[in-house]
Ligand binder design. Sequence first.
Ligand code: C5P
Length: 460
Amino acid sequence: MVRLFFEEIERVASITKALMKEKKVRLVSHYDADGLCSASIIMRALLREGASFDVRIIKQLTASEIAALGVGENDILMLTDLGSGQIGGLSEILGRTQVIVLDHHDPVRKDHMNLMHINPLLSAEDEISASMVCYLFAKALDIRNTDLIDLAVVGAIGDIIEEKWEMKGVGRKVLDEAVTLGKVSMQRGLRLYGRNSRPLHKALEYSSDAVIPGITGSESNAVQFLAELNIDLKEQGRFRKLKDLSLEEQQALASAIILERLKEGIDDAEDVFGDIYDLVGRPEDLQDAREFATLLNACGRTCNYDLAIRLCLGDLDAVSVSWDIMDRYKQMLAEGMNFVRNGRITQRGALAIIDGGQKISDTIIGTVSSLAINSDAIGPGRIVIGFADAGDGKLKVSARMPRDLSFNLRDILLDAAQAVEGEAGGHAYAAGALIDAVRKEEFINAIEDKLSKSTGVRKE
Ligand code: C5P
């Protein structure tokens, strides 16, 4: 199957190469880290081809966005990190000209002579990020585009394609290629976010990938824990980060974390390590691939798309401004989570409903819903449905469910959105929709009905 997928990419790349000589490329991409990496990869590839193009970054591909694109017969529409779920809405454009979709969202299957649809899920592949699909496509256009492979990895991390900080399947193949090409260096390390950017005690306080009982969630206990290990908090007046520790200190820290987990009887107490990726040749504060992905998300979700693309394409002037935006983004997320914790959440049967209204922006309700499902604010096994005002009488919906449930959340949202004439899409565990605000109750009822039919989950 991998062969089929790669053959399809080669085929579409060679057709596109010829088309680009005649037509202008209208590139449209998604506003999260994966979409921004995808757009940057394709932009660089198009520049190398000498193609004429323009770029638009959007929150979602709605019917009105599609109409507003104004794609003519002398254009080619290229959609990255979106489009697979909206093929039905492209009929009019397909009647006029070619559409190339490079995506990884759950696809709608449709044959049309003007449609070139590349999605690993169409070839029964494991999911990879859109940035990886775009990278493979760019490489098929021109081998020089292999220098963009680090962006393929960053996009994949942004979309949490890994499991416990490890990539598998086709994603792993792209990662191995990045290492072979010397663009990414990989090592095993503690699964603590912020090894290059966060003071160590803060990284311990926020450790959620490998929970440390008594320390995760408590800054003072994290400080005390380090003191007991004789690990200095500061060096020359500055807080130390995980990357500043000596090998001995890192080993002592890892052993102590495992011990705390063993004491608490955690089954996989020793499972605290993961893959750490460093981007070779990027400025120091963009070298940690995970932090880079967060920074791109922060730029995207605060609508600073140009800044994110400048970062991806190596404009050093963009770096310091982007960290200011990151601070603002973190503050927005913290405010969102406070709002959730302070009771704006309704438990309704299997659902936990967050009513963000205008208090949580429609650009971060997705991230807040993801944080909420991993927090103690939500009962175990519940499905989170977050709502935020999206303007024009619309509501943005972000749905998340625990990985151990076995149905497809996107299918449920698609049906419920259809029942209220809204739009939906996404993945099996994380999906979203846009609906009319006045039909919210009807939409929730439709989700509950669908859940009870397909899974036997009780309606309350
Ligand atoms: O916005 P949020 O993070 O909740 O979206 C979850 C997933 O659903 C994303 O992959 C997004 O692209 C997709 N989505 C969609 N159509 C929508 C809203 C979200 O395909 N109307």
